[in-house]
Design a protein around this ligand. Structure first.
Ligand SMILES: [Zn+2]
Length: 862
């Protein structure tokens, strides 16, 4: 329902936009027509000569290119030349944000989509019409004659021809209306239903302030930078410090009109066993159950010498390092790009990737689509640590251009979100991931890695490691980040399952891992490799592409001579180092997915064991964090940062463990494929029990998350201005710990997880619902319910009890299966019995509270 509603709203707003755009013009046209008519009635027809293109452009500067432009030298207004050659042909429109503000979700380097449009002539008008590329019809099938049925083109604009040269086949149109409005793409984000009225939002597009800043014309593409200005007379929320004036906000957009590439590029179709970005296409003439002709996004690499096993490409993928790149990092960044050449060699190409330096006096800008640029920014609110978008020809999937955006924050000790470590606000973390989910193209690897590196540095610092050691870690982090973002620009999406490659023992073997990728793929969000025994510490991060990366590049780029070669390559997907699962499969959000191996922040093929080790490392560091991170003469900010870093690593570790409860391993091998199993295999009973035992000790136990009490006295932020006006500055310890525990409960008591436990009992799950729910009750109550219950556990026990009650009577109770509800009721009754009055006054009060909650809830159950 929601989706339907939203698309109606979208349709409505697009219709409004178009009518707003078209209506005044129509009125204007009618008025002119009227004038003309009345004139012809009174004057002789030959007395007024139609103006020529030359007449109308005499005060303009000509900017020749794919679409030749004339810019008036006095008013700056723009006219555009359309030739007969343009008519009926396909062009590509692509846009990216040249500069914006994160507040509005529009930030420098963010790519908009690319789409196909046609230029058509309709009587005395020129139309710009976007094309539908979602469907394929076999031209040999008769049904292809009806291929336009029930699909829609989009007429983006209709513009009157002002003058024409019939002999040369040229038409002149006014172009301001095309570019000073959101004709080709929507710039201002729509307001989502239910968005807070307090949230920052842009005003209305002000066409008197909006202007075209630059025009760059090439033979194959016409590029304009338009500064859209959004204004409103007053604002409730003026946005962040990044905005000089929340009432007038500029969003600068690069528009590119691009000629269809003229080459013999052959599309490659997607396969579920490898992770490429795709353009989805449905074959409407196919009769099978998977009529997918999804186009893999990849570059057009062609061998110079087609006969050679390994050849240089005719045109390599060339990267330009922006001249703003920190000098000390240039070599490492170059190395990160060129690492991919190892993968391309296995696909038959030598020197597929080339890195050049943008000269300091270059006459082109990093936003120029003719250059793929490794860019640098230091934003007030960095939306990413790295971001590697590319844009494609929607008809073929061929990647035409790409950039990599890197944020300077990666080198700093600042944190991405100030609030990230202040989980006093229970929903901060959720909001951050929401933000990233809405911007699905965004890569948050930089965030994850930055946090990991800050933690790693704390470990090295606490262990008295050298500056050299720190520098090595930072270099490895940069290399891994670059390789990851470059991977995106080659068409690869994430592989969150790749961290299964090595065992904890292998990861703690310095010599074994040296020079290797620590995971199957640099496209994972793996945890940092840290050994509790510091003498065993080897590499922290990937320093080379992994086996999956090589194989994926082989699939995308090998010039296969037969279909059989490709099938044979794909059939290797069952080799353990080639396993794959992307963001859609990953379990970072509670209840979302099913395979615990597809997780972020994890490492090794024994995620439970590795996570327990990480928890032990954190707990041992907590004991002396105070002495290691307090520096005479400085404020307590650094110590506070270290405390929250440690706590978060621990929270991540227990989340990873929780995903094994009710987990189901997924195998996407084709039927009969060598090495393949059935698609769904429940996690074994011993592993689920082991996970439950770990959660009992490290997430729910009375002393879980405890820290030396004198540490709490020191968790102070440095005062800045009136920074504490929003709320009291004292650390919210109980709320923080409960948030970590609730995150675990969010998953293991999620209706999807509980439903899956019952369902998977039918196909091999031996840890059935009643066993799990009984163990959970035990984990949360048994240790202390008959005696004194400390304040952390009181908090947890009440929150858990409320959750069981909510399963029966809460707003979402209809989402829970009857089996789950029965067990919730059973557990509540058990708690009611266990919570008899005992212990000290505080514990008695707590148990009274539990009993009253349960008694009242039982009355409500019908
Ligand atoms: Zn990524």
């Amino acid at each position: 329902m929601n989706i339907k509603k939203r698309s109606v709203v979208r349709f409505f707003s697009v219709a409004l936009l178009l009518s707003a755009f078209l209506a005044p013009q129509n009125v204007e046209a009618q008025r002119k027509k009227k004038n003309k008519k009345s004139k012809t009635e009174t004057a002789a027809p030959s007395s007024k000569k139609e103006k020529s293109i030359k007449d109308l452009t005499k005060s303009s500067k000509k900017i020749a290119g794919l679409f030749t432009m004339y810019r008036d030298t006095i008013t700056g207004s723009l006219q555009m030349l359309i030739s007969e050659n343009h008519l009926g042909k396909d062009f590509i429109h692509f846009n990216q944000i040249s500069n914006g503000v994160v507040d509005a979700g529009r930030f420098r380097g963010a790519y908009g989509g690319s789409k196909i449009f046609k230029v058509k002539k309709y009587y005395n008008k020129i139309e710009f019409v976007s094309q539908n590329t979602s469907f394929y019809f076999d031209p040999n099938s008769a049904i292809s004659k009806s291929q336009e049925a029930n699909t829609s083109e989009g007429i983006m604009a209709t513009v009157k021809i002002e003058a024409q040269d019939e002999k040369a086949g040229l038409y002149l149109i006014k172009a301001d209306g095309l570019f000073l409005k959101e004709t080709f793409s929507q710039v201002k984000p729509p307001r989502f239903p239910g968005a807070s009225p307090m949230a920052f939002s842009l005003g209305n597009l002000d066409k008197t302030k909006t202007k075209i800043n630059t025009i760059k014309n090439y033979e194959d593409n016409t590029n304009l930078e338009v500064e859209y200005v959004y204004s409103k007379p007053s604002v409730l929320n003026g946005g962040s410090q990044a905005l000089a004036d929340g009432r007038n906000v500029s969003i600068k957009v690069f528009h590119s009109l691009i000629a269809m590439p003229d080459n013999d590029y052959k599309p490659r179709f997607d396969d579920p066993r490898v992770g490429y970005f795709t353009t989805q296409v449905n074959d409407q003439t196919a009769t099978n159950s998977v009529p997918f002709k999804d186009l893999v996004h990849r570059w057009n690499l062609v061998k110079k010498d087609p006969e050679a096993a390994i050849s240089e490409p005719v045109k390599p993928i060339t990267w330009w390092m922006e001249n703003s790149t920190p000098v000390e990092w240039r070599e490492t960044i170059k190395q990160g790009v060129l690492e991919w050449n190892k993968a391309f060699e296995k696909a038959g190409f030598k020197n597929a990737m080339v890195v050049k330096m943008q000269p300091d006096d270059a006459d082109w800008d990093a936003g120029d689509i003719n250059y793929n640029v490794l860019r640098w920014t230091s934003s007030p609110n960095p939306p990413f640590g790295g971001y590697g978008p590319s844009f494609v020809n929607p008809k073929t999937g061929e990647i035409i251009g790409a950039d990599i955006m890197l944020e300077y924050i990666h080198f700093t000790n600042r944190v991405f979100y100030d609030q990230l470590f202040d989980l006093a606000k229970a929903d901060v973390e959720f909001n951050a991931s929401e933000y990233l989910q809405k911007n699905t193209v965004l890569c948050s690897f930089g965030h994850v890695m930055h946090e990991n590196t800050l933690f790693g540095q704390a470990v090295v610092e606490a262990a008295g490691g050298s500056d050299l050691e720190m520098a090595r870690m930072k270099k490895e982090a940069m290399l891994a980040l670059i390789m990851h973002e470059v991977g995106h620009t080659l068409g690869l999406n994430h592989n969150m399952k790749a961290s299964q490659l090595f065992s904890p023992e292998q990861l703690a073997d310095k010599a074994f891992i040296e020079g290797k990728c620590l995971t199957g793929s640099v496209m994972d969000y793996a945890g940092i490799n840290l050994t509790n025994d510091r003498t065993k510490q080897g590499q922290y991060y990937d320093t080379s592409v992994g086996p999956y990366d090589v194989w994926a590049i082989q699939f995308g780029y090998t010039p296969f001579t037969t279909e059989g070669e490709k099938v044979a390559l794909l059939n290797r997907s069952t080799e353990p180092e080639l396993i794959f699962g992307n963001d859609a499969d990953d379990m970072r959000a509670p209840g979302k997915a099913i395979d615990p191996r597809v997780m972020v922040g994890d490492l090794s093929n024994d995620q439970i064991g590795y996570s327990i080790d990480r928890i032990k490392l954190v707990d041992s560091m907590m004991n002396d964090v105070k002495t290691k991170f307090s520096k005479t003469g400085q404020s307590y900010q650094e110590l506070r940062r270290a405390y929250y870093l440690l706590s978060r690593q621990r929270a991540t570790a227990v989340n990873i463990i929780s995903r094994f409860i009710g987990g189901v391993y997924v195998d996407r091998a084709m039927i009969g494929q060598k090495g393949g199993t059935q698609p769904f295999t429940p996690v074994s009973l011993p592993d689920q029990k082991r996970a439950m035992k770990a959660l009992t000790s490290y997430a729910f136990a009375p002393t879980a998350f405890s820290a030396p009490s004198d540490l709490y006295n020191d968790l102070a932020m440095q005062r800045r201005g009136f920074g504490f006006m929003r709320g009291p500055e004292d650390p919210k310890i109980h709320q923080q710990v409960l948030t970590y525990q609730k995150n675990v409960l969010n998953h293991i008591l999620h209706y999807n997880t509980l439903q899956r436990i019952t369902d998977s009992e039918l196909y091999g799950n031996a840890y059935n619902l009643s066993r799990f729910m009984t163990d959970l009750n035990t984990a949360i109550f048994k240790a202390d319910i008959y005696g004194n219950v400390n304040s952390f556990r009181q908090n947890l026990q009440i929150a858990y009890t409320n959750r069981l009650i909510a399963m029966l009577t809460g707003k979402q109770n209809s989402r829970y299966s009857n089996n789950a509800k029965s067990m919730a009721l059973y557990n509540l009754k058990q708690i009611r019995t266990m919570a008899a009055p005992s212990g000290n006054v505080s514990s008695k009060a707590h148990k009274d509270h539990l009993r009253v909650l349960i008694d009242n809830a039982l009355k409500e159950i019908k």
